[in-house]
Design a protein around this ligand. Sequence first.
Ligand code: TTP
Ligand code: MG
Length: 410
Amino acid sequence: MLNAQRRFIVHIDIDAFFAAVEVLLNPSLAGKPVIVGGLPHERGVASTCSYEARKFGVHAGMSLRNASKLCPHGIFIRGNYQVYQSFSDRFFRILHEYTPDVEDASLDEAYLDLTRCRPLYPSFSRTAREIKARAERETGLKVSVGVGPNKILAKLATKRAKPAGYFEIEPGCEEEFLRGLPIDALPGIGPKSQVILRMLNIQKIGDLWGLPRTTLHSIFGLGGDDIYLQSRGIDSRPVVTSGIPKSVSRETTFLQDLWDRRLLLAHLAYLCDRLTLALRQGHSYAHIIEVKARYSDFQTEIRRRLMITPRQEMGDIYKIAEELFLELYAGSRLALRLVGVKASDLTRARPLSLFEPYSEKYERLGAAVDRVREKYGFGSVLTVREKMLDAVYPFERNRGFVLKTASLTK
Ligand code: TTP
Ligand code: MG
């Protein structure tokens, strides 16, 4: 069932991360339902909430309005991404002391592969427990740790361990561990597939084992092959250590739903500007640009474009984002409540294009803009299009426009 050489993969995830940081900074919040993401009357969604708030049914991604209905005595906090980022940095610095094989899966979540470090650690289990204890001691936050022979099993083990626990899947116990889990525990089974499987009376992962691969394939196509492997705990994905994030995105909810195309494009331009700043800082170029729009009825649409030549420059990325946005918004009769732009499939090196003469003009332009901004603030260099936002948002020289919701994704 599993790979010939058993790996020792540790998955570690901070509990109720943003909310836990807020409690740490303000201990009077301990034991109370804390919801991070905005105030109850504001638009937008909860980024996360404390376990006390979860008892009321509140969860990440829920609109603040619904959260405040379910949990009227909840303590709502807008949140401060920079503070969370600094806790995240501290967390990852600790992890990197144990192995070079650390993959940052998100701000508060990592996979560590200890297999290569066997000579250093006589007992992997003891080391994994020590990592947990140290992360908790030095960040002041509770973490959960799962251990298994691959990423999917380690992550499922963490889910079992939450909150603040440790769970290790011993060799030979994988089947027993997986058998009773509900099918929606598997990350590869989306809501649609779940409905189909439930119609086939498949509720638990163990129930999936009775379906031949060919049957899963004929129902779900390639996704079926994946379900077959996942349900058996087979996962050969390596722990990827590259420091490049998987994607960078910037999005915002508006103060009021927006129709005006020019104003929408102004937001998009500003978000692209923020996004390309992050790309330059990460020395990365994007192969995929994605635009997201959420309508006033909460329907969300995404359009994406793959580029064989990866891009980093503001003008290029804005042009693509604008095309995607206009394509998406064409003919819509609804106003929008959110737009976002995302760069993914990132690469460090900009491969030479077959069709364009090589030039560093753009890189030099970007670097010059960054230098001016470092000295005079982000708002010192803005396009005419972005300047339209002047009429809508307060402006701070250092930070630029203060949008309603800063992007919370990496
Ligand atoms: P998670 O690890 O998914 O959630 P969590 O740490 O709050 O709670 P737990 O792990 O104990 O279940 O996400 C980590 C942080 O990422 C979370 O604190 C806030 C942020 N986040 C968002 O901003 N939006 C989201 O939709 C999610 C799921 C998380
Ligand atoms: Mg977490």
